[in-house]
Design a protein around this ligand. Structure first.
Ligand code: F7E
Length: 331
């Protein structure tokens, strides 16, 4: 039975990856930070097979212990401060966790490999945010990185550190440059879920409208369930490498709104949306569209869920959640 340790296990990707690995017969360990963390309690209920290990990406000693205790064959580093807008207000913390945390977990893995003699395969969750002010369209593995947020800068650090550990120590360390990936489990601070939740609440008469920032930004949005499969495939290759994971399609926030409102039969959505400068970013990433040819050819990976289907799935899920919360409120 293979063993995997996942950091960021309580997040959207951590949950999908746990399910995938559990389905493949892995023993899954999940790193959870903090004392009495409510997310750990929720995870224990929804994913009882995940063995929770206490540790924090900021605390190298805790990581050394977590890796030694879980004796992993594979380590997936998904933990990060991941909300781009928040990273300007918390630039130091974002740099430490999202950037420095990668160095800490790499060191913990290297220490474990050296002391136990067991080879460990490592996955780093890199991000399309690293492309920032894009230097190629579409973006691929060789595209020059030009991050536009403290989050993007921190991810670049982690990305190159992963490559450096591969080249310096021969570690099987791969970096997945994942473009935006969403699902009904996405946090409500991200734009897709913010929209799907608002559309559901507007439909049920719980909210009048939605305040957003830049409606013209374009993203390459895929389904998180498809993307965790790419993470696993990277670690099954003989050679570690870096891969762009994307759909190859780009859509604006306006298109997202059109589909989300269409799902509930609203075609004229403009009166329901206000532009609020609070949601504008100090520097925007205007256009992301990825070229995942390498992953398709070498990993045999391809996305299954289309953008239209993804948005509708999220709206339907939020309608159910909001309706269930409503009936609880009235009972
Ligand atoms: O923003 C625009 C916003 O916060 C998408 C993270 O998973 O993907 C994600 O980063 C776009 C931006 O995701 C609102 O300005 C407009 O252009 O959903 P988001 P993100 O910043 O692209 C990458 C790959 C990651 O690695 C990150 O961890 O939508 N936008 N109005 C808005 N965005 C938000 N959140 N809220 C708004 O009201």
């Amino acid at each position: 039975m293979k063993r995997a340790l996942i950091t960021g296990v309580t997040g959207q990707d951590g949950m999908y990856l746990s399910e995938l690995l559990h389905g493949k017969g892995y023993e899954v360990f999940g790193l959870v930070a903090g004392q009495n963390n409510p997310k750990a309690e929720l995870l224990a209920k929804s994913h009882p097979y995940v063995r929770i290990v206490s540790g924090n990406l900021l605390d190298l000693v805790s990581l050394i212990r977590a890796v030694a205790d879980s004796e992993p064959d594979e380590v997936y580093n998904l933990g990060a401060v991941s909300f781009v807008a928040y990273s300007w207000q918390n630039a130091r913390l974002t740099s430490d966790v999202t950037g420095g945390g990668v160095l800490n977990i790499l060191e913990a893995v290297r220490f474990y490999q050296d002391s136990s003699g067991k080879a460990v395969r490592f996955y780093q969750a890199s991000s399309s945010e690293m492309f920032g002010k894009v230097q190629d369209v579409p973006q691929r593995e060789s595209t020059l990185l030009w991050p536009r947020s403290p989050y993007g800068v921190a991810k670049v650090f982690g990305h190159y550190m992963t490559i450096n550990y591969r080249e310096s120590y021969g570690m099987h360390a791969s970096s997945g440059v994942l473009f935006n990936h969403e699902s009904p489990r996405r946090g409500p601070e991200f734009v897709t879920r913010k929209v799907s939740q608002a559309v559901a609440r507007i439909t049920l008469g719980l909210q009048d409208g939605i305040a957003l920032g830049n409606l013209d930004a374009k993203r390459d949005w895929g389904f998180a369930g498809d993307y965790v499969e790419a993470m696993w495939l990277m670690l099954q290759q003989d050679e570690a490498d870096d891969y762009v994971i994307s759909t190859g399609e780009t859509h604006s926030i306006r298109e997202l709104l059109t589909i989300a409102f269409d799902e509930v039969g609203i075609t004229d959505w403009e009166p329901l949306v206000t532009i609020d400068p609070r949601f504008m970013r100090p520097a925007e990433v205007d256009l992301l569209i990825g070229d995942s040819t390498k992953a398709r050819e070498k990993l045999g990976w391809k996305p299954r869920v289309e953008f239209d289907e993804l948005v509708r799935m999220m709206v339907r899920s939020d309608l159910e959640l909001q309706a269930a919360a409503g009936s609880e409120r009235s009972s």
